[in-house]
Write a protein that binds this ligand. Structure first.
Ligand code: FES
Length: 258
């Protein structure tokens, strides 16, 4: 069981995409970029059975306010998007292992696709605080799907792709690579969160010795490593699988078979 957090605000930020801010009474536990909250949608009485893992997009400096961004994809997330401000939400976490910031000293390349975009914001903030120069490559479906472009732009250079070309480059984040020679960027670290094809593109695009960390989006159930509903094969050991919720969600690109 998680702790009750109070819904501070909610806002629709793109087509079917919501940002909610929850307030926690105990802000002592630090929040790492890449971690998630496992959220019981609705009240404890009316809730759906499964919790929904929602990635953390931002946290206030005092640690009390956590911003979650999610897409309404079913009954659970629809209930969550309709809760009134002031409602109590049962949230477990912050859970999982986040991104390692220490591998990026001067320049970092951050990929985000769809609902994999939100954790890139907190990661970008943390890296910017360390003086790291950032280039974001963010992929969306179309113009209506784009969110927080202005906020990302405050942290670094932002390249956007949309499936239909209504904003930025037409195609996926893979199509942003090398589109403009002036935008050549030599990162010391690469971070990515998004759908598997995007992560596969990132995994295959950079040298093996370039630190590359992937946050894997998977449907989770328990969220604490107990049910094995979220496993992915280990690239180094055939007899082992990673539990994304527990060993991840952030894993080194060389350690997973996608
Ligand atoms: Fe249960 Fe990952 S969701 S082990």
């Amino acid at each position: 069981m998680g702790q009750l957090m109070r819904l501070q605000s909610r806002e629709q930020i793109a087509a079917g995409v919501w940002a909610i801010v929850v307030r926690r009474d105990d802000p002592a536990t630090p929040v790492a970029a890449g971690q998630f909250l496992n959220v019981l949608c609705g009240t404890r009485v009316t809730s759906m059975v499964l919790r929904r893992p929602l990635s953390i997009a931002d946290v206030s400096d005092d640690g009390q306010l956590i911003t979650l961004i999610f897409r309404v994809v079913g009954a659970g997330t629809k209930v969550l998007s309709e809760l009134p401000v002031g409602a109590e939400i049962d949230c477990a976490g912050p859970l999982g292992h986040g991104f390692d910031l220490t591998v990026a000293r001067h320049r970092a390349l951050l990929f985000g696709g769809g609902v994999g975009v939100p954790p890139m914001y907190l990661l970008g903030r943390r890296l910017a605080e360390r003086g790291v120069q950032i280039q974001f490559r963010l992929g969306f479906r179309d113009a209506a799907d784009v969110f927080w472009a202005d906020r990302f732009a405050q942290l670094g250079e932002v390249l956007v792709s949309t499936d239909d070309g209504s904003v930025g480059t037409r195609g996926t984040v893979a199509d942003l690579q090398g589109t403009d020679p002036a935008r050549k960027f030599s990162p010391e670290a690469v971070y990515a969160c998004g759908p598997i094809p995007m992560l596969r593109h990132v995994q295959q695009s950079f040298a093996a010795d370039l630190p590359t960390q992937l946050s894997l989006e998977e449907r989770m159930a328990c969220g604490v490593g107990a049910c094995y509903a979220c496993v992915i094969p280990d690239a180094e050991r055939t007899d082992h699988q990673w539990r994304i919720c527990y060993d991840g969600p952030v894993l080194d690109a060389g350690k997973v078979i996608l």
